[in-house]
Write a protein that binds this ligand. Structure first.
Ligand code: G3P
Length: 219
């Protein structure tokens, strides 16, 4: 399973990319606002840090405006990074229209705010490169988020659908394991959760013991 980081924090992206575990990045307006960086700074830097799909979200609501905004975003990225530009489009009827146009023009799309298998199926039919089901937000309202990942994976396998599934709105490390067990293509994971995935108290205790014992060895 590919791992994307779900953040616009450039320092975090740089650090996690240096671990060799990042396959891409997803951002959204909330994450850009939280990062403290301007959107211009994010766009300028982010593509230099990770060589993989980078999702940037449009904020227009009508299809023609979404398409215009998407093309402007693509044009603002230096040619050598354009293959990685992925336009995040909200899951609405207008969004589907925009996805159809952009996919016909060879622009990668990531349909976001997906909360059901039917929405994922429609996004895939419109030509989405990626769909992003938000599992944590479903858990938040008392609906089992992982259930829709299971449904989407089953449907996409049944029909050899090429659209890749990005499990989004991940809240804890167990979500990542469950996504991988269900065969999801990608999990987009907040930096704090990637840090939790890397540590284990027994690893820390083991290192301490080795270092303590090493002091006792005659050199
Ligand atoms: O990339 C968007 C998605 O992962 C949002 O997560 O935590 O705001 O529900 P969250």
């Amino acid at each position: 399973m590919k791992i994307f980081v779900d953040t616009a924090d450039l320092n975090e992206i740089k650090e996690l990319a240096s671990w060799g575990i990042l396959d891409g990045v997803t951002t959204n307006p909330t994450l850009v606002a939280k990062s403290g960086y301007s959107f211009t700074e994010v766009i300028k830097k982010i593509f230099t840090l990770v060589d993989g799909p980078i999702s940037l979200e449009v904020v227009s609501e009508q299809a023609p405006d979404m398409v215009k905004e998407a093309k402007k975003l693509v044009a603002s990225i230096p040619q050598k990074y354009r293959k990685n530009v992925t336009i995040k489009i909200p899951m609405t009827a207008e969004g589907l229209k925009a996805v159809k146009i952009l996919s016909e023009e060879g622009i990668k799309t990531n349909v976001t705010l997906v909360f059901s298998a039917n929405q994922a199926l429609l996004a895939a039919k419109a030509g989405a490169t990626f769909v992003s089901p938000f599992i944590g937000r479903l858990d938040d309202i008392g609906q089992e988020g992982m259930q829709i990942i299971e449904e989407i994976m089953e449907i996409f396998v049944n029909y050899d659908i090429e659209t890749e599934v990005i499990v989004a709105s991940i809240r804890h490390p167990i979500h990542v394991i469950e996504a991988a067990r269900l065969g999801a293509d990608i999990a987009t994971v907040p930096p704090g959760i990637i840090r939790k995935m890397v540590t284990h108290s027994l690893t820390d205790a083991g290192i301490k013991k080795f270092l303590d014992d090493w002091k006792k060895v005659k050199k």
